[in-house]
Ligand binder design. Structure first.
Ligand SMILES: [Zn+2]
Length: 66
């Protein structure tokens, strides 16, 4: 066994099976100031097309686990 039981368990928690619904968050658009809603700190403004960096999100994207 190369993986200690403790490490194996934490890896399992990050799999898609342990899905937690995204949290809806709000902020003012950095470009035009419109109040916009986002998921987990990720925003896209419908007024001017501004989007924030995905790295500003509160959680990692599922694809980053692969
Ligand atoms: Zn905007």
């Amino acid at each position: 066994m190369a993986i200690p039981p403790e490490q194996e368990q934490s890896a399992r928690l990050e799999k898609p099976q342990a899905f937690v619904p995204p949290e809806i968050t709000y902020m003012a658009c950095a470009q035009c100031g419109t109040q916009i809603a986002g998921l987990d700190g990720r925003y896209a403004c419908s007024g001017c097309g501004w989007v924030n960096e995905w790295t500003e999100g509160h959680r990692h994207l599922p694809e980053t686990l692969a």
